[in-house]
Design a binder for this molecule. Structure first.
Ligand code: 8ID
Ligand code: ZN
Length: 345
């Protein structure tokens, strides 16, 4: 039996802190499920959403969160693929239309009619949450809820971005922002895919984490005046075949282009508000690709969870409680979090 009300974190947006209140338990509609959220990761996207950083504003009031893992407790009409007790996750790609050109081509992450968990739909910063039965994640039995949570966004996003880079085993992948939530998983996926990882982030804690997770080199941007020169030195003057930009600072984007080898690929993932200028000559003459990458499809998600089930990837997180959310955002804003924070509900 479900409670009549439960605890949810709610923000009015534009920087307003999260408040915690009792809200009525919803009934899942057609094609929807209700999940009991056991744990949720906190992604930097949730901070952008709370602060109203982005060109398209989130819903208001908002319950953020798109790395929620838990179990199905109720199913709506027409749901045939899930039943009560199934282990699921609510993700950024909350739903897509399934019918447009992009969906049909298997590029559902760019569907124009998509909804986003914890942005245009309420997400996982609450004890119960509605999700779309067709698009929510299926969590394999061998993966705990807490391990699954960071993979639901940070894992799938970096796994997909590495695939999009077209970098091969034995080639260099420079990861900028390698000690953060996305970064520490990017290091592991890149390693598992056979790439030589050059990790860039700030401070000794993140350095130790990156090394432990398999980075071949760590460049500390707080101690190294010119990280581009350092990457060039490591790669024998050539640059890295792939550069993954995960840092929430638009100052680094230009450097990413200069770290890239001829014919290589710079994959842009992080979303600090603003622009950067692309140097035309190096990009054209070196035939460099600058490519965006946005989360991953349901298939990418299944593959990325399987890496964890097989023990090739292990999210590193500190466990806190939903009520700590505002403090977690403060630490995140200061760049103090190595790996992810996972909140228990
Ligand atoms: O699908 C997508 N494209 C997607 C999915 C999920 C998240 C994009 N994102 C975006 C988020 O909205 C956010 O803008 O990716 C960005 C990173 O999210 P995150 O990994 O959750 O953030 P974090 O844990 O705070 O990590 C950011 C790291 O960047 C480092 C910080 O030290 C931190 O470890 N960093 C910074 I700030 N400046 C740096 C610099 N100059 C730097 N690392 C290297 N050099
Ligand atoms: Zn995210």
């Amino acid at each position: 039996t479900l409670p009549e009300t439960y605890k949810a974190a709610v923000t009015e947006g534009n920087g307003a802190p999260y408040v915690f209140k009792q809200v009525p338990t919803p009934t899942p509609g057609k094609g929807e499920i209700l999940m009991r959220v056991h744990v949720t990761g906190v992604c930097h996207t949730d901070l952008h959403a709370k602060d109203g950083d982005w060109p398209v504003p989130p819903k208001a009031p908002l319950t953020g969160g798109h790395e929620g893992a838990g179990e199905v407790v109720a199913v709506g009409e027409d749901v045939t693929s899930l039943k009560i007790g199934d282990r699921v996750g609510i993700v950024w790609l909350y739903s897509a239309c399934g019918e447009c050109e992009h969906c049909v081509k298997g590029n559902e992450t760019v569907c124009e009619k998509q909804h986003n968990g914890g942005y245009s739909k309420d997400g996982s910063f609450q004890e119960y949450c509605i999700a779309d039965a067709k698009y929510c994640a299926r969590i394999p039995d061998g993966v705990s809820y807490a391990d699954a949570a960071p993979l639901l966004c940070a894992g799938v996003t970096t796994y997909k971005a590495l695939k999009e880079s077209e970098v091969k085993a034995g080639e260099y992948m420079t990861i900028v922002g390698a000690g953060g939530g996305l970064g520490h998983l990017a290091v592991q996926y890149a390693k598992a895919m056979g790439m030589n990882v050059i990790a860039i982030d700030g401070g000794d804690e993140k350095g130790a984490l990156c090394k432990e997770l398999g980075a071949m080199h760590y460049v500390d941007f707080m101690k190294t005046p010119n990280t581009v020169d350092e990457v060039l030195k490591i790669t024998g003057g050539k640059g890295a075949e792939g550069v993954l930009c995960l840092a929430t600072s638009n100052k680094v984007f230009n450097d990413c282009v200069h770290m890239c080898k001829r014919h290589g690929c710079v994959v842009l993932v992080s979303l600090p508000p603003g622009d950067f200028s692309i140097p035309i000559f190096p990009v054209v003459l070196k035939r460099i690709t600058v490519r965006g990458s946005i989360v991953g499809t349901r298939q990418d998600l299944a593959e990325c969870l399987e890496f964890c089930a097989q023990g090739k990837v292990k999210p590193i997180y500190k466990t806190q409680h939903l009520e700590d959310l505002n403090e977690v955002f403060q630490e995140m804003h200061q760049g103090k979090i190595a790996g992810r924070i996972v909140l228990e509900l």
